[in-house]
Design a protein around this ligand. Structure first.
Ligand code: UD1
Ligand code: CA
Length: 454
């Protein structure tokens, strides 16, 4: 049996009070429309109804779905009728209709609707029971419990508003009947819109219509930013549970924010207050201590990260980072390194076993293996116009409070005395001291005070 999918996503999302089209708001790092697309079957590309800021929505769904345009948003029924040509070309089976603002819908549930269709129903509405149904369409039944119609909040009587079974906005309808009924819709209601819900009402008198009741959680429609936060919370817990099932230790799932795209190896531990984003990979046995933001980065096996910000960077095996380090894009830190407190690294490589323990800036440079960089070292990479690269070869020792005026090269095993400003290359094995010689003026303090108090 053929199933085609139509996702309604043309609305502005007025209640979001935003310029961004509603379905592009992200929940756990992914636009809502993407969550819905992922729940759909991949066999037949879904058709997305776009309208408000359509270019933005089309750009986001490119390669994942086809689209039709609804120029004026005249209601959900009108939205689906925009896909009429497509429906007519695929009129044999069923159409699954979904709204683009329900990121919690699960693939399993959509499959259950399909199973029901196969067992001979002409239309099925996905519903849920909820304590506070405010804002949702209500499922009206007769005394025998048979489905009668869906009444919108705006159109409902006081009695109907008490109904706690709501319409999720997910339907599975025999396509031929959907085509027929879309043509019959009127807009004589409180919103003056063509309601898709009326299709079900029209069908219910003559055809086999049923409901499938699922958890309210799955049916949460995001109309406001508070609902976006509520949906994000559910997704966050789902993502965290998945990682825990895979063997990751998450100390406090409620304060652990992991985007859907992140991968984490077994036996890694994630402490509270971490934000892990984008294409981040954390290998096995890592310890992600409290308070990091790690985005689009690779953390190799056994690394320990604490209270740091890491973006588009790589951290090698068993390396420790932080607290309070900042690894900026194109930083590649090797294995067994130590990147300590208040160390910033940008567009630089730091090879295995090197220690940069405190208060240092490494920018646009290549640092070799086994190097020790003392406290307060600055790679002076910018002359106000251009950025320059420096090279520090293996086993160098750079004393505290050194400035390396880039471009400069320290040969293998070179030593730089504390307080030096290095302006020229240093050959292998040499000691470089670049500071003024110390002068001591004996009994200077007493003499100075006497002079002052004269
Ligand atoms: C809709 C349902 C309601 C259900 C609720 C579940 C109708 C009339 N009401 O109400 O019964 O309980 O969803 O969340 O269907 N859209 C378009 N074009 C339009 C209008 C809407 O594409 O002209 C899209 C929106 O972008 C959105 C979806 O359809 O993604 C639902 O529209 P929305 O305005 O959010 O409907 P609700 O008022 O939530
Ligand atoms: Ca909605």
């Amino acid at each position: 049996m053929e199933f085609v999918t139509v996702i309604m996503a043309a609305g502005k999302g007025t209640r979001m009070k935003s310029e961004l089209p509603k379905v592009l708001f992200k929940a756990c790092g992914k636009p809502m429309i993407d969550w819905v697309l992922e729940a759909c079957s991949v066999k037949n590309r879904p058709i997305v109804v776009v309208g408000h800021k359509k270019e933005d929505v089309i750009a986001k769904i490119k390669g994942k779905a086809d689209y039709v345009v609804q120029d004026e948003q005249k209601g959900t029924g009108h939205a689906v009728s925009m896909a009429m040509d497509y429906l007519k070309n695929n009129a044999d089976g069923y159409t699954i209709v979904l709204a683009g603002d329900m990121p919690l819908i699960k693939k399993d549930t959509i499959n259950k609707l399909k199973e029901m269709a196969k067992s001979g129903y002409d239309g099925i509405v996905l519903t849920a029971k909820v304590d506070n149904p405010f804002g949702y369409g209500r499922i009206v039944r007769d005394e025998s419990g048979k489905f009668v119609e869906i009444v919108e909040e705006k159109d409902a009587s006081c009695e109907q508003r008490k109904i706690n079974e709501i319409n999720s906005s997910v339907y599975c309808i025999r396509t031929k009947l959907l085509i027929e009924c879309l043509g019959k819709l009127g807009c004589d209601n409180a919103a003056g819109e063509y309601y898709l819900t009326d299709v079900i009402k029209i069908l219910s008198s003559d055809y086999k219509i049923s409901t499938l009741c699922t958890s309210f959680e799955e049916c949460l429609g995001v109309n406001s930013k508070a609902q976006l936060a509520a949906a994000s919370e559910v997704l966050r817990i789902r993502i965290n549970n998945r990682h825990m099932e895979n063997g990751v230790i998450i100390i406090d799932p409620n304060t652990t924010y992991i985007e859907d795209t992140v991968r984490i190896g077994a036996d890694s531990t994630i402490y509270p207050n971490n934000i892990l984003e984008g294409n981040t990979v954390i290998e096995e046995e890592c310890v992600i201590l409290q308070g990091n933001r790690i985005a689009d980065s690779h953390i190799a096996k056994g690394a320990t990260i604490q209270s740091s910000v890491i973006t588009e960077a790589k951290v090698g095996e068993n390396t420790t980072v932080g607290p309070f380090a900042y690894l900026r894009p194109k930083s590649v830190v090797g294995a067994d390194c130590r990147i300590g407190d208040f160390v910033e690294v940008k567009n630089s490589s730091i090879d295995d076993g090197t220690k940069v323990s405190h208060l240092t800036y490494v920018g646009d440079s290549d640092v070799g293996k086994g190097v020790n960089i003392g406290c307060g070292v600055v790679f002076v990479n910018y002359d106000g116009i251009n950025k320059h690269r420096s090279v520090v070869e293996d086993n160098c020792f750079i004393g505290c409070n050194t400035n390396l005026i880039s471009p400069v090269k320290l040969g293998h095993g070179a030593y730089v005395a504390a307080g030096t400003t290095v302006t020229e290359d240093v050959e292998s094995g040499a000691l470089c001291i670049g500071r003024s010689r110390q002068t001591v003026k004996t009994d200077w303090n007493n003499k100075w005070k006497k002079e002052r108090d004269k």
